[in-house]
Design a protein around this ligand. Structure first.
Ligand code: NAG
Ligand code: NAG
Ligand code: NAG
Ligand code: NAG
Length: 310
């Protein structure tokens, strides 16, 4: 067990920060991991369903609740990509940016923006935090629940305006919406899609395949990492192995305190609380983190939890 009250915890963490400087990639291992994951999914394909595979009116079963279904709308169908947004894409360096409060006062913004491809999670705000989190976004995830929680379900004009401004910041990068997980999100997704069309936003929408989450879970379970449902951060790392050589993770820290015992917010941008060890939580983030720490030590990825100095 890996937890904050453990004596070993503090020590292993100081090793992690120390090892940031001396860290070296092991490309042999990176290739082995990429091939292992390819047995379960091809992120180039599973990153999004595409237009030619569906038509309006098709029935889709929710990924995590197969008894329930919804019907593909004209709007959604018109926003499906013609080809995978990651088709034939290869990058030397990618950053996957989680949303932990560990990023606050990190000064990591410039370093993050220096990657060839930057992946961000859940449409996290950037404006007031650019010194610590950066601004560049090539791929941004957004759970439908964000619409309800942060944008008032897009019911009034102010919320709509705020939301459109945030989407405009994405320019023509990818907005990735897990739209088919559980019933309830579809009306939010429809609202988002309508706004994108109405305001002719240039961003490129993508909607993960129906098998992605199961395939990724399967990969980790086969490697004896007993997660329940992968967190968005772990999903993004796993997918990124397909098209990135060096993957650097920032803002991953599923603990209420840092190595010195100071409190760390769950999200750098709000006051949401999270029970990292609750059995009711769909994720097992501390276990995921322990796994990523081990991969860092072996040179498969680079995990930054300390401050950044360029
Ligand atoms: C954390 O570790 C301590 C000492 O090993 C243990 O007593 C405690 O129950 C653990 N807490 C959790 C939440 O696992
Ligand atoms: C951290 O480093 C110290 C000394 O360099 C070493 O003794 C210890 O085993 C390391 N701890 C972990 C968890 O790797
Ligand atoms: C890189 O990883 C491979 C596969 O795990 C391992 O055999 C090799 O010893 C590693 N190389 C270094 C320099 O650590
Ligand atoms: C969008 O484009 C503007 C102008 O080129 C640029 O300053 C900004 O960083 C871009 N935003 C993202 C998220 O890449």
């Amino acid at each position: 067990m890996f937890n904050c009250s453990d004596k070993a915890f503090g020590r292993s963490l100081s090793n992690l920060s120390d090892s940031r400087r001396g860290w070296k990639i092991n490309l042999t291992l990176v290739t082995i991991i990429r091939k292992g994951i390819l047995h379960f999914l091809d992120a180039e394909r599973d990153v999004s369903i595409i237009k030619s595979s569906f038509k309006p009116g098709d029935t889709i079963h929710y990924v995590l609740d197969r008894r329930k279904t919804f019907t593909m709308s004209n709007t959604l169908h018109s926003l499906l990509p013609e080809v995978s947004p990651l088709k034939n894409k290869r990058y030397k360096t990618c950053a996957v940016v989680g949303n932990s409060g560990i990023l606050l006062k990190s000064g990591c913004g410039k370093e993050i923006d220096n990657h060839d491809f930057v992946i961000r999670c859940n449409l996290a705000p950037l404006d007031e935090f650019t010194d610590d989190v950066g601004l560049r976004s090539d791929f941004t995830t957004m759970n439908p629940s964000v619409i309800q929680r942060v944008y008032g379900s897009l019911r009034n004009e102010m919320d709509k305006k705020r939301f459109i401004l945030r989407l405009q910041q994405l320019n023509d990068s990818v907005l990735w919406i897990p739209a088919f997980m559980v019933k309830g999100g579809e009306r939010h997704v429809e609202g988002v899609n309508n706004l994108i069309l109405k305001h002719k936003l240039k961003l490129r929408t993508a909607y993960p395949s129906l098998r992605l989450i199961h395939a990724i879970r399967g990969y980790w379970l086969t490697n004896k990492i007993y997660i329940k449902r992968p967190s968005t951060g772990l999903l993004m790392y796993t997918m990124a192995t397909r098209f990135c050589e060096e993957i650097h993770l920032y803002g991953f820290w599923p603990f209420p305190k840092d190595a010195n015992g100071n409190p760390v917010k769950y999200h750098y941008y709000d006051t949401l609380k999270y029970h990292y060890y609750s059995s009711a939580s769909p994720h097992r983030m501390p276990l995921e983190f322990k796994t990523l720490t081990a991969l860092h030590s072996k040179g498969a990825l680079k995990l930054t939890t300390s401050k950044c100095y360029l």
